[in-house]
Write a protein that binds this ligand. Sequence first.
Ligand SMILES: [Ca+2]
Ligand SMILES: [Ca+2]
Length: 295
Amino acid sequence: MVRGTACWLVVPLLLTGCRVGFRECWTDRDCAPELTCTAGGVCAAAPGCDACAAMGARSCVSGTSYRTCGDDDGDGCLTWSDETACPAGFSCGSGNCEYQVSFVDDGFTVVDADGNTVCSAGVGTEDDPYNRTNTFVVVDAQVADVDGDGQPEVVVIARHQPYYPGQVSVFDLSGQLQGRYWNPGHIRSMYLFDITGDARLDIVVGACNNDQQPGLWIPTIFALDGQRVFGEGPPNLGTFPAGSELWYTFVDLGSGNAVISALAISPDLIRGNTESDGSGTDYCVDFYGTPVGCP
Ligand SMILES: [Ca+2]
Ligand SMILES: [Ca+2]
């Protein structure tokens, strides 16, 4: 005999005996306003509820965008808003689009919201592991807190002109170098985003690698933890120790003459493209650097 069937047959007489578990709720209306009814019949905070601590607080989503803590739908639950882009040319420092960064040749300048110069410096080449002639060009610079101490840093990517390597350099807001990573190939793009989930923005970089296979420029995406920026990327043929990257991915080992020029997060993977206008070849990796098919 099937037990469940027998039970259902006597439901009118033995209703309480057939209970398989106590349900606190059947719909959200059975719960307090800030709670929802789960599939198991329990009133609980909705997923993501109180994801942020204080109404109106802001945090940087990337080096050039932020989000705001609020209760837009009035359910008593504080959640982060959608991402808002900073105005063109501004970086998200500590939740606010408060810094404007410009760069010319090998130098960069940071200006605050009042128009005052915060710092102005050159990327420097004194420790180039390839010891080439001192000619570097800044490709991008953004202000963001990448080491998690609450104070913004300036993250600068630059490439040798006309050869390689490229560099990822982190400066404090007085213009002092905090860390530098060398890549054996040109660097063309970066995206500051927390891919590790520790609430600190990480440095994701689009580049190419000239040393991994002779004669080939291999499109490359790699990521750095802003607290640990040092050394030299693979295959480490220069004079520096191995690099501090979280991961380093050759997205197409057979490629020649290709560099990742554009990077984006979309939304749970990193998408690189070999042209700055997105018209080139797409390569996608997950947040662990594992190549995945681009959707
Ligand atoms: Ca910091
Ligand atoms: Ca992180």
